[in-house]
Each structure stands twice: as structure tokens, then as C-alpha cells.
Design a binder for this molecule. Structure first.
Ligand SMILES: C[S@@+](CC[C@H](N)C(=O)[O-])C[C@H]1O[C@@H](n2cnc3c(N)ncnc32)[C@H](O)[C@@H]1O
Length: 226
């Protein structure tokens, strides 16, 4: 593995239109396949974010809404949870779960691209993102995190769960990157440097762990707006 390969993340070459289309298709079976394997890591992230009654929270790329439901229960009726996701089908599935669980008054969803967040400065107490930051192309990662920084209040917390390239030189990781390069529409995510990206945005790192998911590294990082 060359040094460049160790320090540079792969580019995301599929278009936003392709991202929308593939997540619209995937939404039907997401809970059964990917969602099930990723649950353990999402739950650790939620635990670390530790939202409480009355908090105003944002989830970016909420998918089929499992974390949005948990966040809504944690903030209760005195709080509010906002979500943004690019896929209309993910939005529809999540909206119907929210309605079924009687959480409509607490949750508000937007269907759109998170590179521009439709929220005011200093609006949120906390932001959550799981298996989503690694879907943005390299120049967009700082854009999304700068947007998070803008909408988070001072001392507000962010927790990001994502596939990680940090210190991971494994065969699995190289195979995954190869698949990402060859089949960009189907393997649109790729390992990134999560803690470094948060630090470069200006977040103070409060907690960072690296775990393994089928031989692929996952970073769970909590930061604070200074
Ligand atoms: C891999 S799924 C993860 C879903 C969920 N967070 C979870 O952990 O189960 C990524 C989600 O991000 C959404 N997404 C992809 N690109 C996005 C973008 N540019 N803006 C907002 N959401 C996006 C997809 O539609 C999908 O629902």
C-alpha cells in the first residue's frame, strides 16, 4: 500500500441523482439487511450522544428512521427532532414509523441534500449522523461538517458513526475500496478519517472509539462545538 493510499480517501463518483435512486430502491430492504448489521454501532453512537428531555436534535441521513425514533423518545414532548435525508422513499418509510409510534409532534423531516442545512445558526443541542458522512464526496465532507458547526449551539455535541480508514490497512478495507472504485453506484460509501475531519472543522473531540464491523473499521466520534 503506498503512502498516498494510506492517507487519501477515495472519491465518490456517483451523482446525487444516483444516490437518491439507489437509496429509494434500498429503502425497501434496508432494515432487514444493512440496518441489522449496523445497529450495534448506531446504538453506541446514540448512547454516546446521550440526548435528554427538551433537547433539540438533528439527524442527517436518517434512512429508515430507527435512530430518529430513539432520539424522539429521548427528547420527549418538550424537545424536538429534525431529520434530513435525500431519498424520498426513506423519508416516506420514516414518516410512517413516526406516525405509527405517535411521535409526529416531536419529529419534523426534510427531504433534501445535507450539504446545505435549512436551519438557523446555533439551533441544535445535538447532531447525529450514522453511516452517512462517508457517502459525501471528499470536498463535501468539510462542507457538511461546517454546516453542522454553524447550526449547532456553542457547547452542543455531535456524534458521527462512520466507516474508518484510520490505521486500517486490512485486506477487507482494500477490497472494499476496490469495490467502491469499480461499482460506485452500489458501493457508494468508503472509509474516511472521521476524527480528523471533525477536528479540522473545529470540533473539540470528547470521545473516540474504533471498532470492527466484519473486518472493516468503524469510528464513533463525539465532538463539541467550542
Ligand atoms: C447508509 S444509509 C444510513 C441510514 C441510517 N443513518 C442508518 O445508520 O441506518 C445513508 C442515508 O443517507 C442518505 N443520504 C445520502 N446522501 C445524502 C445527502 N447528500 N443528504 C442527505 N442524506 C443523504 C441516504 O438516503 C440514506 O438514507
Amino acid at each position: 500500500m503506498s503512502n498516498k493510499n494510506k492517507t487519501e480517501i477515495s472519491r465518490v463518483t456517483r451523482s446525487k441523482k444516483d444516490a437518491k435512486a439507489s437509496y429509494n430502491t434500498m429503502s425497501k430492504w434496508y432494515d432487514v439487511i444493512a440496518g441489522r448489521f449496523e445497529k450495534k454501532y448506531r446504538d453506541i453512537g446514540l448512547q454516546k450522544l446521550n440526548t435528554k428531555g427538551g433537547d433539540v436534535v438533528l439527524e442527517i441521513g436518517f434512512g429508515t428512521g430507527e435512530c430518529i425514533l430513539a432520539l424522539a423518545r429521548s427528547v420527549g414532548i418538550s424537545g424536538k427532532v429534525y431529520g434530513i435525508d435525500i431519498s424520498e422513499s426513506m423519508c416516506n418509510i420514516t414518516q410512517s414509523k413516526i406516525k405509527k409510534e405517535g411521535l409526529s409532534e416531536i419529529v419534523e423531516l426534510t427531504c433534501g441534500d445535507a450539504v446545505k442545512l435549512p436551519f438557523k445558526v446555533d439551533f441544535f443541542d445535538a447532531i447525529f449522523m450514522s453511516f452517512t458522512l462517508e457517502l459525501f464526496d471528499t470536498p463535501e465532507i468539510p462542507t457538511v461538517l461546517n454546516e453542522c458547526y454553524r447550526v449547532l449551539r456553542n457547547d452542543g455535541h455531535i456524534c458521527v458513526v462512520a466507516m474508518s480508514k484510520k490505521g486500517d490497512n486490512s485486506l477487507m478495507m482494500r477490497l472494499y475500496e476496490w469495490l467502491h472504485k469499480k461499482l460506485p453506484k452500489y458501493f457508494d460509501c468508503r472509509p474516511i478519517f472521521v476524527q480528523d475531519a471533525l477536528q479540522s472543522t473545529g470540533f473539540q473531540i470528547l470521545d473516540a472509539v474504533k471498532l470492527s464491523m466484519f473486518g472493516l473499521a468503524v469510528e464513533i466520534v463525539r465532538g463539541k462545538k467550542k
